[in-house]
Design a protein around this ligand. Structure first.
Ligand code: C2E
Ligand code: MG
Ligand code: MG
Length: 543
């Protein structure tokens, strides 16, 4: 190291050390030595692992920032935020690392003072996270024992609080805390993670089934009536279980897994347990969770819109775009509309969300048009939920959006699923007519899935329908499906309705559709849904 570098390293206020491939210290600055309570000479040549408060894997370090607990030479605790930058040799193998430690012992000790809940005396979340971090950092002991988290939430606790008062609610929480302590073994850890939520960390389990046994014991313990101010109460709880396993999982990850499982237990009927299932990250029973998170998604800007081209099959020129809503959940990543749109409809959140999509799509299309002069006839399709259709001020809303975004109504087509269309066409005829007067056209989406007939549709102001992808998927394979598609195409041609085939994935499907004189299509074969910027790019040379 040059003198200049040495000076920089030595004058840093953080502890800095370099490690070799075996994690032995090769260089350390005075601050590092101070923190660990020894001299630089004493540090060099020793393994960093000797200072860690728990055994850590000897080999390379997977993540780069840790909350680490170390032991000073004098035996005192040292808490640091450790920033570790691993280095590889030419062969790409781990060659050591540079560590920068920031001392956070004082902060940790201060937190320790607050880590016990005043009401129940149980440890709170920070202590739980520490304990969990230790549990995760410990390599599986030779006996192969495992750890698990039980995440418990009382059912209908709010009802107790609201009807009997907070004092009774508090007493109940204390009773629950004492019962939980009875259900675990001495080494286990019971914490209150907030409100009516408790967390049990079970260590040294031989099998996952043992965690379930404890959970069942807790559920049974809860069923015993509690007498509070003369009221006899039975409270039940829902429990989610997650194993503390998985190389890359943080304590927060594990808690979230268990929490997710707990929601599933609640959604499937309360007073029961559920395992976290990594292969089913978003089952219908996660609805409760989606519902909560959807409420915030619009404000937090978690939605965006993608545009899938609808093309002429003959030459793949652009006929229209369909706007498709996308949601990136902060923890789960992308969630499919197939999962969340039904929840949004059930909870009426589709109204603000759906109007947002319409405005976004109209604005985007007008933007493109002002820059590129989109050829006449190319339109923007937007999906409209049945609930949007039922809004009393439907026409006004659409008019307002068109006005605000300066989009020509002739550019807009609204897709409504077949079932909704039929219901609305009967009960809401006036709206259909008003939309037509406005110059906005209607498309029947997912045609064929709703048991309706073409002749029926022909009586309403609709010029276009989309054959559901499930029929297109069977083309050439399934004669039944093929015949349905043929019949729909024949009749729609006679009724002068345009048809778009959805979900075209193979050239064979496209060829069969062309043979049947279907001219318009949409699907992965032609193009995936595109980000707005890519859709604009495509417009520059395809339209
Ligand atoms: P949809 O309106 O029938 O949209 C077509 C769906 O098929 C889209 O799924 C699209 O990504 C998908 N798709 C396109 N090409 C292919 C293909 O080749 N193969 C297969 N298997 N699928 C293909 P996505 O985006 O997941 O949307 C699903 C449904 O969610 C939509 O079906 C629509 O009913 C609803 N949806 C999406 N965005 C909105 C929205 O803004 N408002 C409302 N109300 N519903 C929406
Ligand atoms: Mg659609
Ligand atoms: Mg469709």
């Amino acid at each position: 190291m040059t003198d200049a570098y040495r000076q920089i390293v030595d004058s840093a206020t953080t502890g800095i050390a370099a490690l070799d491939a075996r994690n032995y210290i090769t260089i350390a600055n005075p601050q590092m030595a101070d923190m660990l309570g020894c001299t630089i000479a004493e540090l060099t040549g020793r393994s960093l692992a000797e200072f860690l408060d728990y055994p850590t894997p000897a080999v390379s370090i997977p993540r780069d920032q840790y909350d680490w607990k170390l032991r000073r030479k004098d035996g005192a605790d040292l808490w640091v935020i450790a920033n570790i930058t691993p280095m590889n040799d030419e062969k790409g193998e781990y060659a050591g690392a540079v560590c920068v430690f920031t001392d956070i012992t004082e902060r940790k000790l201060a937190e320790r003072q607050l880590v016990h809940d005043a009401l129940t005396g149980l440890p709170t979340r920070p202590l739980l996270l520490d304990r969990l971090a230790n549990s995760l950092a410990r390599p599986r002991s030779s006996s192969g024992s495992i750890s698990a988290i039980l995440y418990l939430d009382l059912d209908r606790f709010k009802l107790v609080n609201d009807s009997l008062g907070h004092a009774v609610g508090d007493k109940l929480l204390v009773i629950v805390a004492r019962r939980l302590e009875l259900c675990v073994r001495p080494g286990d850890f019971v914490a209150r993670s907030g409100g009516d939520e408790f967390v049990l960390l079970l260590e040294e389990l031989k099998t996952p089934a043992e965690a379930e046994t404890v959970a069942v014991r807790v559920l049974q313990e809860m069923l015993k009536p509690a007498v509070l101010n003369g009221h006899e109460l039975i409270v039940t709880a829902s429990i989610g279980i997650a194993l503390c396993a998985g190389q890359s999982k943080t304590p927060e990850d594990i808690l979230r897994d268990a929490d997710t499982a707990m929601y599933r237990a609640k959604a499937s009927g309360k007073a029961r347990l559920a395992w976290f299932d990594p292969h089913a990250p978003l089952q219908p029973v996660d609805r409760l969770r989606i519902e909560t998170d959807l409420r915030r998604a619009l404000d937090r800007g978690e939605f965006w819109v993608e545009y899938q081209p609808i093309m002429r099959l003959q030459d793949r020129s652009l006929f229209a775009y369909e706007a498709l809503l996308r949601w990136k959940h902060p923890q789960r990543g992308a969630v499919s509309p197939v999962e969340f749109i039904p929840v949004a409809e059930e909870t009426y959140q589709i109204l603000p969300i759906g109007w947002w999509v319409l405005e976004e799509a109209c604005r985007t299309f007008h933007d493109w048009d002002s820059r590129l002069e989109i050829p006449d006839g190319v339109a923007m399709h937007v999906n409209l939920s049945g609930l949007q259709f039922m809004e009393p001020d439907l026409i006004e809303r659409i008019e307002n959006i068109l006005e605000r975004t300066s989009l020509d109504p002739g550019r807009l087509k609204l897709e409504i699923t077949e079932t909704v269309f039929i219901e609305q066409a009967i009960s809401n005829r006036a709206s259909l007519a008003a939309l037509k007067d406005l110059g906005v056209r209607l498309v029947v989406d997912d045609f064929g899935t709703g048991h309706s007939s073409l002749s029926y549709l022909s009586r309403f102001p609709v010029e276009m329908l989309k054959i559901a992808g499930s029929f297109v998927a069977g083309l050439g394979q399934d004669t039944g499906n093929t015949e349905i598609v043929r019949a729909v195409l024949n009749l729609s041609q006679r009724l002068h309705m345009q048809v778009i085939a959805e979900g075209i994935e193979t050239q064979e499907q496209s060829d069969i559709l062309s043979e049947m004189r279907c001219t318009l299509g949409q699907g992965y074969l032609l193009s995936q849904p595109l980000k707005a910027s890519d859709a604009e790019l495509l417009l520059t040379y395809i339209a």
